[in-house]
Design a protein around this ligand. Structure first.
Ligand SMILES: Cc1cc2nc3c(=O)[nH]c(=O)nc-3n(C[C@H](O)[C@H](O)[C@H](O)COP(=O)(O)OP(=O)(O)OC[C@H]3O[C@@H](n4cnc5c(N)ncnc54)[C@H](O)[C@@H]3O)c2cc1C
Length: 355
């Protein structure tokens, strides 16, 4: 176990803000995590705590987190079942997601290739239900193992138990803050089915033969061309989730904007790309203070250099308000907003696990 006091979180999240945590602990075993959760309930009770992964979906408001930040170093992967068709792979929550994708592609196991180059770790993949290019990780998850925060008990959730929805799960909603993911078991295919009809995958592949490797390469190159690299420009990927609206709302907007892109969700609901709404509101490429909307991808808010979390939040709220006024739609953040202290002036400590 590694423990740091007054630790800068700048290398631990992708928005690039200056934030200090009173305590950061990286645990390496389930027993260490159980012991830490015991301390959270006893010695550290009353102080805020937070579990992070790669910090690629976090926005810190304020610059001092006065409690403990936990991070998993549970690594390792094992094949728990295998036949001619498929492999069940159990993976530690601290493994970097894209390292796992690269490993599976190298082994010739299909399923994750469209999810290449998504930042973050295995634990959060199961919390966030990450998705890209027509695939979601819920399509691969067999089960999720956790430790219950209140008891330290080991629990196992089947994929159905996780209540997966678009960028959501039971761990983000009903059981928010109540479980720490320790392992995820994924099902991978030895004779993969390829999903090429989303985004520009086919165009990017051009004449190359369709293999796991070529699809992964195509996805990586499309992403690289349109998404800012957090190492150069702080961001947390898509800042907002795409709103799902009633058909009547959709028809009202469509009458004014007949070219509006959309996806049918079911008979009475339609999903509208939040990036399109932001673009129509004239925010693409614009900045407010040191926060800005990316000029290639309107759904991504960026830290143009030394922006505070508050500046990013002000930009986000301004965009939300303008979209509400113009289209009558509420767009909600996908990022997990973490409220901390601002050391310049007193604010309430309110650890908000998102939404
Ligand atoms: C450039 C860029 C591109 C992106 N593209 C995509 C994309 O295409 N698709 C997509 O879905 N997302 C995308 N994202 C968002 C992000 O990569 C995902 O949400 C990712 O799953 C976050 O993982 P993380 O390990 O960084 O988690 P963090 O951001 O650290 O945490 C996210 C949430 O998970 C919780 N959490 C973390 N680990 C655990 C654990 N072990 N147990 C319980 N809770 C835990 C945290 O408390 C927090 O609520 C992108 C982000 C960036 C910066």
């Amino acid at each position: 176990m590694k423990q740091y006091i007054n630790c800068s979180l700048k290398p631990y999240h992708t928005f690039g803000m200056e934030v200090t945590a009173y305590r950061l602990v990286e645990y390496e075993t389930i027993e260490e995590l159980r012991d830490l959760l015991h301390r959270v309930r006893t010695e550290w009770s009353g102080k805020p705590w937070l579990h992070i992964g790669g910090g690629s979906n976090l926005l810190f408001i304020g610059n001092f987190f006065p409690g403990v930040v936990l991070h998993s170093s549970l690594l390792g992967l094992e094949v728990v079942q295998e036949n001619d068709q498929e492999v069940l792979l159990r993976v530690g929550s601290g493994m970097v997601w894209d390292d796992l994708v690269a490993y599976c592609v190298d082994q010739g196991w299909g399923g994750m290739e469209n999810l290449s180059a998504i930042p973050g770790e295995v634990g959060a993949s199961a919390v966030q239900n990450i998705g890209a290019y027509g695939r979601e990780v819920k399509d691969l998850i067999v089960s999720v193992e956790t430790l219950a925060v209140d008891t330290g008990e080991r629990c196992r959730f089947s994929c159905e138990d996780c209540n997966y929805g678009y960028r959501s799960s039971i761990f983000k909603k009903q059981l928010r803050g109540q479980h720490i993911v320790t392992h995820v078991t994924y099902r991978l295919q030895k004779n993969p089915t390829f999903y090429l009809d989303y985004g520009n995958i086919r165009t990017e592949l051009a004449d190359r033969p369709v293999t796991l490797k070529s699809v992964r390469d195509a996805v990586m190159s499309i992403r690289q061309a349109k998404l800012p690299d957090p190492a150069e420009l702080g961001n947390a990927g898509s800042f907002f989730v795409n709103p799902v609206v009633d058909k009547c709302v959709f028809e009202r907007i469509c009458a004014e904007y007949p070219n509006m892109p959309y996806y049918e969700v079911d008979e009475s609901h339609v999903k509208i790309p939040a990036g399109w709404l932001i673009e129509q509101s004239g925010w693409k490429g614009r900045s407010l203070g040191r926060a800005a909307v990316h000029d290639k991808q309107a759904l991504v808010l960026i830290n143009t250099g030394n922006a505070t979390g508050g500046e990013v939040m002000t930009l986000a709220r301004t965009i939300q308000r303008e979209i509400r006024e113009r289209f009558g739609i509420d767009i909600q953040p996908e990022v997990n907003v973490i409220q901390c202290y601002t050391t310049d002036f007193d604010v309430n400590i309110n650890v908000n696990f998102g939404e």
